[in-house]
Design a binder for this molecule. Structure first.
Ligand SMILES: Cc1cc2nc3c(=O)[nH]c(=O)nc-3n(C[C@H](O)[C@H](O)[C@H](O)COP(=O)(O)OP(=O)(O)OC[C@H]3O[C@@H](n4cnc5c(N)ncnc54)[C@H](O)[C@@H]3O)c2cc1C
Length: 394
């Protein structure tokens, strides 16, 4: 079987060079490395440093600040390659925030902010986390309660965030907070502001959340108690933060999709290899159609999701609307990845449950692709409304 079956579809020599360059780094971090990180819940510093040293963190950042100035298509090939590495979700989570998390700074920041904020992120010297989700708002982001109250040349922040990835390591945070009470706004989407600022532990308590998978990369509850933010750290206009976040949603969905496809492909490759080797009833288990068909289905599902992802990426890079395609890609890819991982576990029989074969780790990591950063249900709500013209349901 051609190894290309399991690799990102890199349609041009430039995309293939990205895939191969990223793959060369990922190959130094094998299943043993990631299983140990998972078992000990320790951050993959070595991997993060290697990706930064290769200059990959700035793939989609402007060249003026040290980035490569490439598009989401190139970033998707990079992230699919990382997702398909032995680290799967944990691996791409160590770098994901750097790729489009600072997009609002690029688009809405001042020249001085871009020059101050972007180069350290691109060089991997600064680690940022992304603080949007709150315990009492969930997917209904406009209902967040964290307040940033203007006090002279500062804002003072109080409130809670939840699920903030990598906050244990981060020195900066992209923070969405309410600057005008929702009751005083014409629309719920008004009155939210975006900041990129120091995650100053004197004012922020960070508590790790223990979770099912991706143990190597921390998730956290954050408690803000009077964090002062200088006004120079507000991105764009006060009150327009929700719109700025929306700008980066489509590229993020595209990267989420690519990453999920990577996980699914890796699990599928392991399953196919095991199905060829494992002899039961005097023949390889892969000779049974009940083993073959689910794996063949996963191959088709992952390929279809990849084509939708590439279509969304091309649309985004050409400046065309891509909300439907980006959301559909995320939905299809997450479901295909989850299915492939589930099938990989079952193909391995009892050994699918053993850490030794790693597919149980991929399975645990694949679960979250359907939950975050947007759930499959909310994507279907969006598609029903925007593609089919049905009434808004959320
Ligand atoms: C590992 C991990 C890492 C994360 N990292 C970050 C991060 O770095 N920064 C950050 O800000 N957030 C992060 N998140 C949070 C993530 O984005 C949220 O968990 C996600 O947006 C879902 O929100 P919720 O958990 O509050 O679900 P809820 O909003 O409580 O939804 C619960 C369920 O109800 C369904 N539902 C809700 N409303 C509707 C409706 N109207 N119609 C149909 N179904 C509905 C949802 O689809 C879901 O199935 C992370 C989450 C995880 C698990």
């Amino acid at each position: 079987m051609s190894p290309a079956v399991f690799e990102p579809l890199a349609e041009t020599p430039d995309l293939a060079a990205i895939r191969d360059g990223v793959r060369a780094i990922c190959d130094d971090f094998d299943d043993g490395y990631w299983a140990e990180k998972d078992r000990t819940a320790s951050f993959p510093d070595e991997f993060a440093r290697a990706i930064a040293a290769g200059g990959w963190l700035g793939i989609a950042m402007p060249t003026a600040y040290g980035g490569a100035g490439l598009g989401v298509t190139e970033a998707a090939v990079m992230m699919q390659t990382i997702g398909g590495s032995a680290g799967t979700f944990a691996a791409f989570s160590t770098v994901h925030i750097n790729i489009f998390g600072p997009h609002a700074i690029v688009v809405h920041g001042t020249e001085a902010q871009r020059a101050r904020m972007l180069p350290p992120l691109i060089r991997g010297e600064t680690r940022a986390c992304f603080g949007v989700t709150e315990p009492d708002a969930g997917l209904d982001t406009t209902k967040i309660k964290t307040r940033a109250v203007r006090d002279g040349d500062h804002y003072i922040v109080t409130g809670n965030k939840i699920w903030t990835s990598t906050a244990q390591r981060a020195d900066k945070i992209v923070l969405l907070a309410r600057t005008t009470p929702i009751e005083a706004c014409a629309k719920p989407t008004d009155g939210l502001s975006l900041f990129y600022t120091d995650l100053d532990r004197r004012y922020v308590e960070i508590r790790e959340i223990h979770k099912m998978g991706r143990a190597a990369v921390d998730s956290n509850a954050l408690f803000f108690d009077g964090l002062p933010i200088p006004i120079e750290d507000r991105i764009g206009e006060e009150g327009r933060g929700f719109r700025y976040i929306l700008d980066s949603l489509n590229p993020e969905r595209i990267l989420n999709a690519a990453e999920a496809i990577g996980i699914g492909r890796r699990a599928l490759a392991k399953a196919a290899a095991y199905a060829k080797e494992r002899i039961v009833f005097d023949r390889p288990i892969g000779q049974n159609q009940s083993i073959q068909h689910p794996l063949a289905e996963s191959w088709a599902e992952l390929y279809a999701a990849e084509l939708m992802t590439l279509r969304a990426a091309r649309l985004y890079d050409s400046g065309a609307p891509c909300g439907l395609e980006a959301n559909a890609a995320k939905y299809l890819a997450a479901d295909a990845a989850f299915q492939a991982c589930d099938r990989a576990v079952r193909t391995h029989g009892g050994m699918g449950y053993a850490s030794e074969y790693h597919v149980e780790r991929y399975f645990r990591e694949s679960v979250v692709t359907r939950l975050a950063p947007v759930s499959r249900e909310l994507i279907l709500c969006y598609l029903a409304e925007r593609a089919l013209g049905l009434p808004n349901s959320y």
